[in-house]
Design a protein around this ligand. Structure first.
Ligand code: GDP
Ligand code: IMO
Ligand code: MG
Length: 430
């Protein structure tokens, strides 16, 4: 029995969904521990392409149970839509999904506040997914949030209306935005207290009991290390802890229950939303280098949740080295190697240069990070396609040299490589 946590080691969208879906065949439970509908995890199996937001990426495996842990924030309306979509594609999820009663709820007024803040921000937009993540975690930290279990009491319901009135006050008088109608909050409440409640329970107790009986758990992160509230490129981060240690807190298990921490990273770098990005080659609109567009087009880099074009750049070993350190990552799963196929040269950023000094880790100050210049090492590219390769022995030598070098530079070996979006397009390195 091995419990593994798999987390993003860059700025999100590293291919966590794809890798977790593949790895889930070897586990009995997949648990999400933070984030909510800001996540967009893509699973491709045969002709079907499914994007999951709240639901763990093990749901396509008939014998895998899925847990939405207490560290997650849940939008009842969006989760209901996501579950209806699973029904539509014929996934039998009903007996296999358990949502923690301790999850805080995202109401329509959280989304409205998120949108209003982003619309009002001038040069300091974060570029959030506008899913109400920040406002919902704010309410949680302020101890006025509402959890599933609070909906059973009149005090809990009263708190929803109190929060709604306060949000509308801010929307109208501070943001000069439209207030949220009472009906949309009622609708969310009805779903949360109604049919969704059948899948809500004490997920922490259930998980611990299953683990005592020997079940193996795969903890699935959302976002990535550089979007972590404490360790990421603050303030251009999400409002939860995304690093591996958060898996214990966000599900209610002890830190020693987790045996391995796998970092998932792309063979290059992407970022969606604002904030410093030292190896950036394409900002979603402006092209800084032709390779930037190549990565965006070949990698089909559009947000899975918002559809926004993703910013692209070379692999940044400073970023992933930092993710390895703060996450205690024991190995890497490197995705999208196929996107580099056919490039004559491949660059890796090994360090940053700032005010005449070389840095091996990113500085905390976002203004300093924005001034960092990448120091590149250039490796040979490869002509033979890696797309769809399942066997490490079939990788071109230059691709193997790239993977080896990535492992050396970041301080954790690349153990798995993904060579395409399909579930089985994965190979294991010895
Ligand atoms: P997540 O948020 O980390 O789960 O990643 P997303 O699903 O948001 O974005 C990753 C995108 O890359 C999805 O469209 C995947 O289908 C796709 N993808 C994952 N792994 C690979 C790969 O190895 N090669 C290619 N070409 N696409 C991949
Ligand atoms: P997955 O799990 C990539 C980014 C947003 C924005 C910042 C804050 O699919 O990797 P938020 O809505 O969380 O308040 O936005 O974080 N962001 C993501 N970027 N992948 C994600 O999730 C993200 N979730 C949030 O673009 O910059
Ligand atoms: Mg994503």
């Amino acid at each position: 029995m091995t419990n593994i946590v798999a987390v993003g080691a860059q700025w999100g969208d590293e291919g966590k969904g794809k890798f977790v879906d593949w790895l889930a065949a070897r586990t009995s439970i997949v648990a999400r521990f933070q984030g909510g509908p800001n996540a967009g995890h893509t699973l491709v199996v045969g002709d079907e392409r499914i994007v999951l937001h709240h639901v763990p990426s093990g749901i396509l495996h008939e014998d895998v149970h899925c847990v939405i842990g207490s560290g997650c924030v849940v939008s009842p309306l969006r989760l209901a839509e996501e579950l209806r979509e699973l029904d539509r594609v014929g996934v039998d999820w009903q007996a296999r999904l358990l949502i923690s009663e301790r999850c805080h709820l995202i109401f329509p007024y959280h989304e409205a506040l998120d949108r209003a803040r982003e619309a009002r921000a001038k040069g300091d937009k974060i570029g959030t997914t506008c899913r109400g993540i920040g406002p919902a975690y704010e309410d949680k930290a302020a101890r006025r949030g509402v959890r599933f279990c609070d909906l059973a009491s009149p005090e809990g319901i009263a708190r929803v209306w109190e929060n709604w009135r306060f949000a509308n006050f801010l929307l109208e008088h501070w943001f000069q935005a439209q207030p949220v109608p009472r009906e949309s909050v009622e609708e969310a409440l009805e779903v949360a207290r109604g049919w969704l409640s059948r899948f809500v329970g004490d997920a922490g107790a259930w998980l611990r009991a299953r683990m005592r009986r020997g079940a193996s758990v795969l903890f699935e992160g959302a976002q990535g290390a550089l979007l972590d509230l404490d360790h990421g490129t603050y303030p251009f981060v999400t409002s939860s802890n995304t690093v591996a240690a958060a898996a214990a807190i966000g599900t209610g298990v002890g830190p020693l229950a987790i045996h391995e921490a796998v970092g998932i990273c792309k063979a290059y770098t992407t970022r969606v939303g604002a904030g410093p990005f030292p190896t950036e080659l394409y900002d979603g609109e402006r092209l800084l280098d032709p390779i930037g567009r190549h990565l965006a087009e070949r990698g089909q880099e559009f947000g899975s949740t918002t559809g926004r074009p993703r910013r692209t750049g070379w692999f940044d070993a400073v970023v992933v080295r930092y993710a390895v350190e703060v996450g205690g990552l024991t190995a890497l799963a490197l995705t999208k190697l196929d996107v580099l196929d056919g490039l004559a040269e491949i660059k890796i950023c090994t360090a940053y240069e700032l005010d005449g000094k070389q840095l091996l880790l990113p500085p905390a100050d976002p203004a300093a990070l924005a001034r960092c210049r990448p120091v590149y090492e250039t490796l040979a590219g490869w002509d033979t396609a890696t797309a769809g390769v399942h066997d490490a022995a079939q990788l071109p030598p230059a691709a193997r040299a790239f993977l080896q070098r990535v492992g050396e530079l970041v301080g954790a070996p690349v153990r798995w490589v993904s060579t395409g979006p399909e579930r089985e397009e994965v190979l294991r390195l010895r």
